[in-house]
Design a protein around this ligand. Structure first.
Ligand SMILES: [Zn+2]
Ligand SMILES: [Zn+2]
Length: 155
């Protein structure tokens, strides 16, 4: 898959077009605003965080509908980090494969690309096949704990 230097697909807009068309959706101003906000984000966002960015351009009732439509179209995926609310990000095929760092203290969630360490996870997947027969086709791995700021406050 062709990706740019910062990991996004080169034909990201074209692929989003195709996914919307496939689910019978058209671009609207609201959908553009929400997708643009997500494309610029470096971490998964809650509805509240998206609302703060799109502001009055998209009323909250429309925002919920737009997010739900984008999840149906496989443009966004929904993530749960046991925070009591959902977060959303671009579908992994539209962005780059990555993991998450979740701070229990301040609630910050950051994207994490593992680089060469992904090889270790491939090795782990191969070991899982040998020991259990389970063939992993993808994986999710998120880390929960304290971010740098919260560690320094706690110590
Ligand atoms: Zn924190
Ligand atoms: Zn990975």
């Amino acid at each position: 898959m062709a990706t740019s230097a910062h990991g996004r697909r080169l034909d990201l807009d074209g692929e989003i077009d195709r996914r919307l068309a496939r689910s019978g959706q058209r671009w609207t101003r609201g959908r553009h605003a929400v997708v643009d906000a997500m494309k610029r984000s470096v971490a998964p966002m809650s509805v509240t965080e998206l609302q703060a960015i799109v502001g009055d351009a998209v009323p909250l009732s429309s925002l919920y509908r737009i997010i739900s439509d984008l999840v149906d179209a496989k443009v966004f995926i929904k993530l749960e980090f046991a925070e009591g609310f959902a977060r959303f990000e671009l579908d992994e095929e539209l962005a780059a494969h990555h993991h998450h760092l979740v701070c229990h203290a301040c609630g910050v969630v950051a994207d994490l690309e593992l680089g060469d360490l992904e090889v270790t996870l491939d090795t782990t997947a191969a070991a899982i096949v040998r020991t259990t027969g389970f063939v992993a086709q993808s994986h999710r791995l998120d880390f929960f704990g304290l971010c740098r700021n919260c560690v320094s406050i706690a110590s």
